[in-house]
Design a protein around this ligand. Structure first.
Ligand SMILES: Cc1ncc(COP(=O)(O)O)c(C=O)c1O
Length: 489
């Protein structure tokens, strides 16, 4: 099945004056210098799509054609009626499904009560109620001081700022393969792909990186024992602190406990414990970025709980408010008390509607046993993917099935991945671009799903309250699409 809305030919993409066709065949001229002569809200979907093609920045990539008009539970609908089963959750955001009635209702009620109580002017109730809801679920009781922002990137930058102020040191150590956002500070600690910072240097200085304990990052085969990956990464950290950034200059280490944009790789608990030990030894702060892995995504409220490691600073966003823009930085009062009033803040930070939605999310988590559903559906998803892996028609092309909870990935072989000549995983017999071709096939077959990382990886991030039936349906579409693409060669 193809999209009802065709792609626009490139030759039409940059006219100086174009015509909006109104419904009822009326027309109105609009110039591209922003002086629209008239505005018609009944512009047809086809024309709106063309407007988007011409006037929305080329800097945005887009997975699908058409206009998404509706989301309900695990499904999204496009203009023209096409429905897709959504295994992307808006990149790990709509964890309770699209438009969860209790969350949308809470936001709607807040819209009619108080939309914007600027955080530097006064407290508002949903902000404080959210703190009240989060205090019992944060991964360590020492995390008792909150600041809410809008996006994950902003929260990452606020965490770095806090670490620098609290320690009086400047340098930040991050992970090769890590992703923390696209703004200047967040981009500086993002090491998953060069596309995010290409051509825009200088970015924030004082950043160093070590390889994540993922076999690709060390140029080792997938069968490498976890203990070897952990000791290699910790060894690189020791070298870094000896040869490049002295501990007394190092403010923080930032890490995703489950690598997201870098390939959906869980950090072994021993590695996280090793980082904690190094931080404790040198007075370095440990920043745990749970923007993607937090809020029950992995079957616990936070991925870091599996290791028992205490974060000094926790960064949260995405699933926190089920689609309303909200992020947060959680730390110890002892550290945040070092910030002078006014050093944190932002016009929309901790918006009342977003906070009201997040309070409802927290309540639904309790009422609907979301953690239980994640754990049950996770077992089913792994069973389905591991069964596919055993299928002799496709098994030579599946390198790995990994992840935790409902943050799961399948990695495929590649003839020409990064550093192919040195990477023992590179397979010259493999079909090219398997991940993106399988994603395309899945979309044709009714399943919205995403790739991730610089390698051939497809990620599964369905809603955390997905039904057994929809999970099976998605896993079946995926399996059928993999078989079909592999057969094409
Ligand atoms: C782990 C992690 N940190 C930070 C970010 C940046 O968040 P945002 O896109 O909201 O700025 C992301 C986004 O995908 C992420 O996955």
């Amino acid at each position: 099945m193809t999209s009802p809305i065709p792609m626009i030919p490139l030759s039409l993409s940059r006219p100086t004056i174009w015509t909006v066709r109104r419904s009822m065949s009326q027309t109105a001229s609009v110039t591209t210098n922003g002086t629209a002569k008239s505005r018609d809200l009944s512009t047809s979907a086809d024309d709106l799509y063309q407007l988007g093609q011409r006037h929305v920045t080329n800097g945005l990539g887009r997975l699908t054609e058409g206009i998404m008009v509706k989301g309900q539970g695990s499904y999204v609908e496009y203009e023209g009626g096409r429905k897709l089963l959504d295994f992307t959750s808006g990149i790990g955001v709509t964890s309770l499904g699209h438009c969860h009635p209790k969350v949308s209702q809470a936001a709607a009620e807040q819209c009619l009560t108080l939309v914007h109580a600027q955080c530097s002017i006064a407290f508002h109730k949903p902000y404080l109620q959210l703190v009240e809801r989060l205090l019992p679920v944060v991964p360590h009781p020492s995390l008792d001081s909150f600041f809410f922002w809008n996006s994950g990137s902003e929260a990452v930058e606020a965490a770095i700022k806090l670490a620098r102020v609290a320690t009086g040191r400047q340098h930040i150590i991050c992970m090769q393969g890590g992703y923390h956002g696209r703004t200047y500070g967040a981009m500086a600690v993002t090491k998953s792909k060069t596309i995010y910072s290409e051509g825009v240097f200088p970015i924030m200085p004082g950043v160093f990186s070590i390889p994540y304990p993922y076999w690709h990052q060390h140029g080792l085969p997938p069968a490498t024992p976890t203990s070897t990956l952990v000791s290699q990464s910790l060894y690189q950290l020791e070298l870094l602190l000896t040869q490049q950034t002295a501990p007394r200059d190092t403010a923080a280490i930032i890490i995703e406990p489950l690598l997201g944009e870098g390939g959906y790789v869980p950090a072994p608990p021993e590695f996280l414990k090793g980082l904690r030990d190094v931080c404790d030894k040198h007075g370095i702060l440990l920043i745990i970025d749970e923007v993607q892995s937090g809020f029950a995504r992995t079957g616990k409220y936070f991925m870091i709980e599996y290791s028992g490691v205490r974060p000094d600073i926790l960064v949260i966003a995405k699933g926190l408010a089920n689609g309303f823009p909200l992020s947060g930085v959680v730390s110890r009062k002892e550290l945040t008390d070092k910030l002078k009033p006014g050093t944190m803040g932002g016009t929309y930070a901790g918006n009342a509607v977003s906070c009201a939605a997040a309070v409802a999310v927290a309540d639904v988590f309790q009422e609907e046993n979301i953690l239980g559903n994640v754990q049950a559906r996770s077992v089913e998803l792994f069973d389905a993917l591991n069964a596919l892996r055993k299928d002799s028609a496709v098994s030579p092309y599946i390198l790995d099935v990994r992840g935790t909870g409902l943050m799961v990935a399948v990695e495929f072989t590649s003839p020409n991945g990064p550093g192919a000549q040195f990477d023992p995983v590179s397979d010259s017999n493999s079909p090219k671009s398997l991940a993106s071709r399988i994603v395309k096939k899945c979309i044709e077959n009714g399943l919205l799903i995403l790739t991730t990382s610089a390698y051939e990886v497809i990620r599964f991030i369905p809603a955390l309250n997905i039904t057994q039936e929809d999970l099976k349906k998605g896993a079946d579409i995926f399996a059928e699409s993999v078989r079909s693409v592999v057969k094409e060669g």
